[in-house]
Design a protein around this ligand. Sequence first.
Ligand code: G3H
Ligand code: 13P
Ligand code: ZN
Length: 307
Amino acid sequence: MKENKFLLLDALQNHYAVGAFNFATLEVLKAIVKGAEIQNSPIIAQVSESALEFLGDDYLKEIIKSTRKTCKVPISFHFDHGKSFESVKRAIKAGCDSVMIDASMLPFEDNVCITKRVVDYAHKHSVFVEAELGSLAGIEDDINVSDKNSFYTSPKQAKEFVKLTNVDSLAIAIGTKHGAYKFGGEAKLRFDILEEIEKQLPNFPLVLHGASGVDSNDVNSLYDLGVDIKGAKGVSEEILRKISKTNVCKINGDTDIRISYLLGILSNIKNNNSNIDYRRYLGSGMNEVTKLIMKKLDVYNSVNKAK
Ligand code: G3H
Ligand code: 13P
Ligand code: ZN
């Protein structure tokens, strides 16, 4: 709790955002930590429900313990998109100091109810809690305005939600979407809604999910290596720089890591087609992830913010 709360409040006060990056293997975690250490940036490493399943609870627990011991920058381990009270309990047991309960798909009252239950339990264990209000389902251009508005976080509801749940941070929906295909047309976020949320919840830590950039050069390079995600589009660097100066003080990314890791691995295999030592191609993937993290931390203005 102390770790995540300290990280987010410092970012809020000093107008930067902490990078929160997903991992599902030790290699990817090591690559993320290396990028943060080079940039001297605080960092949040996060696992989803399926990543926890993939790693295994006991392995994750040991990985968290040893990373905490060796990491040279402040690090928080966060559970991303917990869908139930039970899964959050499981993540806390595995050593996460911060959890997300994502009941954003439920009606407001039910979201409040489950979030409050998680907050009560987590706070007893000194664990920080993030919740979500609004939908990151993706807002297609052909949806009418009133339907569109129902996807975004309502600023008034956000204030009510925080008051009723005592949650520590809030993920908001202002137009992003998970995965590689975020925007059919022009990439735009609702900064007006963000401003209203900031007015309703002054000095409160906000979180942006679905923030990967999906670099078009990477999309083309992947295509040349046989991976087709043509037409994929993410959030521009310009938007992310702007967001980092607002009360959004945690920015989530996973898709960009997947892209960089895969690019590193595939290009290494292509250029060394008689190599069968996985350390070489995984190492190349890890290097790409480290470079990506360094770049992201610069965009989020969090370089040299480790304290
Ligand atoms: O927000 C979702 C993350 O990208 C996690 O995805 O459930 O496939 O691990 P995952
Ligand atoms: P991206 O799919 O944009 O990387 O978002 C990941 C995320 O929000 C994890 O919670
Ligand atoms: Zn997310």
